[in-house]
Design a binder for this molecule. Structure first.
Ligand SMILES: [Zn+2]
Length: 249
């Protein structure tokens, strides 16, 4: 039993030693692996840094190229602007010259047009005057017509008045006519009597005249003209007086 125990213990001891060795070996291996890894990582890092440097340089170059390009473009642009300015100046001078010539042309044309317009204006003013005169003549005619119409109206009014007067007169006459029969007969009787009286007066007057005439012609035409031998009544004869005639001659 003791041997077995001893063996066991020895084996356990060996195992421990082995374990220790194994542990050491593993540790060593780990260390080496770590160092390897570190080396590899360093290499990679170096490579990466180099790569980065390269890229940065390329970037810088690109940036510089871009800047150079931009500068070139700017320069080109400025040169073009300069050229344009020069061209613009020349163009401006040419334009000014052209403008001047066109203005002179226009002035000539305007002078001609102004003359024509003046003539046209004169013509139009004359026509206007004629129109105004015509208008005035028309107005005068209208006034005259109006006055004539008023005159006619007055005449018509007058005629209407006289017509009314005539009508009044006729109506009065009608009234007079329509007086009752008695009044008429009365007036008739009256007038008849008046007529009788008048007639009587007239007859007496006539009788008187006849008596006078008869008295005058009683002696007959017994007087003879010494020139033509005509017979005459005493009333027609004038006694010849020689003295009267000698004074006339
Ligand atoms: Zn006689």
């Amino acid at each position: 039993m003791k041997i077995k125990q001893k063996d066991k213990e020895q084996k356990q001891e060996k195992r421990k030693v082995l374990d220790e060795e194994a542990k050491l070996k593993i540790k060593q291996k780990d260390k080496e692996q770590k160092q390897e890894k570190r080396k590899v990582l360093d290499e990679e890092a170096k490579l990466k840094i180099k790569q980065k440097d390269k890229e940065q340089k390329q970037e810088k170059r690109k940036v510089l190229d871009e800047e150079a390009k931009i500068r070139l473009k700017q320069k080109n642009k400025e040169q073009k602007q300069e050229k344009r300015k020069v061209l613009d100046e020349e163009a401006k001078i040419r334009l000014k010259q052209k403008d001047k010539e066109q203005k002179q042309e226009k002035r000539k044309a305007l002078d001609e047009e102004a003359k024509i317009r003046l003539k046209q204006k004169d013509k139009e003013q004359k026509q206007e005057k004629r129109k105004v005169l015509d208008e005035e003549a028309k107005i005068r005619l209208k006034q005259k017509n109006k006055e004539q119409k008023q005159e006619k109206r007055k005449v018509l009014d007058e005629e209407a008045k006289t017509k009314i007067k005539q009508k009044d007169k006729e109506q009065k006459e009608e009234k007079r006519k329509t007086l009752d029969e008695e009044a008429k007969s009365n007036t008739r009787k009256k007038t008849r009597n008046q007529m009788k009286e008048q007639r009587a007066a007239r007859t007496s007057e006539a009788d008187n005249a006849i008596q006078t005439f008869l008295q005058m012609i009683k002696q007959g035409p017994a007087y003879i003209c010494s020139v033509c031998h005509r017979l005459m009544y005493r009333e027609c004869v004038v006694l010849y007086n020689e003295n009267v005639f000698t004074t006339y001659v």
